[in-house]
Design a protein around this ligand. Sequence first.
Ligand code: NAP
Length: 537
Amino acid sequence: MKHFDAVVVGAGFSGLYMLHRLREQGLTVRVFEAGTDVGGVWYWNRYPGARCDVESVYYNYTFSEELIQEWTWTSRYPDQPSILRYLNHVADRFHLRSDIQFNTRVKSAHYDEPTGRWLVSTDDGQTVSATYFISGVGCLSSSNTPDFKGLSGFTGEHYHTGTWPHQPVDFSGKRVGVIGTGSSGIQAIPVIAEQAKHVYVFQRTPQYTTPAQNHPYDDNYIRETKANFPAIKAKLLQSWAGTNIRPAPDRVTLNDSPEERQRRYEAAWEEGGWMNTGYKDLMTSVEANEKLCDFVRGKIRSLVKDPQTADRLMPTYVFGSKRPVLDTNYFATYNRDNVTLVDVKAAPIVEITPGGLRTAQAEYGLDTIVFATGYDAITGPLFRIDIRGRNGVALKDKWEDGRQIRTYLGIANAGFPNFFMITGPQSPSVLTNMVLSIEQHVEWISDCIRHLRENAIGSIEATPQSDADWSQHVRTVADSTLFPRGESWYNGANIKGKTMPFPIYVGGVPAYREICTKVAANGYEGFVLTPVPAETV
Ligand code: NAP
């Protein structure tokens, strides 16, 4: 059986950088990737309008000054083709492809106690062994198509935004149904509407979405950003989400007059992005949160001409308890004659028919259905792999199908020696700039592995107490905020039968980094380090 020092799953932002760092240390590494090329979510998400909602110049690796200097982003928010080009450039520049096996899905990874190795099996029938097993599967890579009655009999075409074909889909002259109004649907709908004969949007929950105000970058901005990158990175690391470089918000919403609040909300709306209003209590005060919700609802009313459609687009949940969305022309799209909003909360989808879709109220003739129905998020990508630790215990069982996630730092697990998760559950992950969080995890894991190897330590494993304490801490921090108040993919509410306690650490990037750094500095506090048996040293 072929042996590698490390097996890494996935060749997205996580897997590529992990491979690079481990190879620098001289490790043998094999990356398995299900796609035919690099890119991870940016390889699969090719739907019309796909774009990142973190600004381009902050959404890239920062580990290499040369890479920063040689790559130039062209617009404020990068579109999918640009990000994919960037990741291809990274793969070429650091000669990564030779250690990646494409078209290969990891089916299982079992810890073999007698040898202390991971046995990793793939869908092409091979099994390899590895000292370290590292997941770079991401949080949103397991797409969810709800089990609608009749789908297999649909005579038109259907697509999921998360597994979009590589060839452009032609919507011209077509009656298109889009199911779902999360980030993917909200980005795709305005673009599809420009081409299709008619678009029916099947909306279950109306969303707060604010304008991206995307625009091309000018040369001066790019020059300044490149010249000041170390300072920019330092500021990103100080910000709660790692997504902007402005000072931390310090104002209390209700301390300002209604006029001052309105002025700040308007300025943030015009500037675009994550509604940077300067208020620090958005996610801790229901009253403060409701003020912003009111403002956005007012905007919807002013942007959508038909009052009934505007009513149906009014969100009512706590802003931020579902992932906020940035859009381009979303609400204005409902003023088009060829767009119809259908409320499927009021009249749920009953079935897909051969010629379209039937709700409890009406039937819609469709040529194409776009499922923008999201993901079995956070735990889904890990549970697709049969990961088993000591005594053959499956990760899925340890976490009780997600009802009881227990990790240490969102990186490690008691009972699973030498298994590392990049941006795993209970780390800041999806509430932060993913690239920055990925870099931090990859660097922490590679420093850890260096420490193990330099000190003849055969395995590292979180203690059950560390698991329990970290999980409790994640819950306590989340419960002091409004984040867990919504029904969203954050807590599994989008998937029938799935429930999870809020699985993201919301203490912010600076606090989290400090905790991880301290754990390492204290000799990997909270872990058991087991020396390599004497006869094998
Ligand atoms: P999502 O946010 O989970 O949205 C899925 C949509 O489908 C929701 O509107 C959901 O309604 C609806 N839906 C699900 N099942 C349904 C059913 N059975 N019947 C009717 N409607 C149903 O998924 P997403 O839009 O793909 O986004 C997921 C995440 O990916 C985002 O939140 C973001 O983190 C990331 N993403 C980012 C970008 C970006 O960077 N700009 C772009 C795309 C995705 P409910 O709300 O009622 O559940």
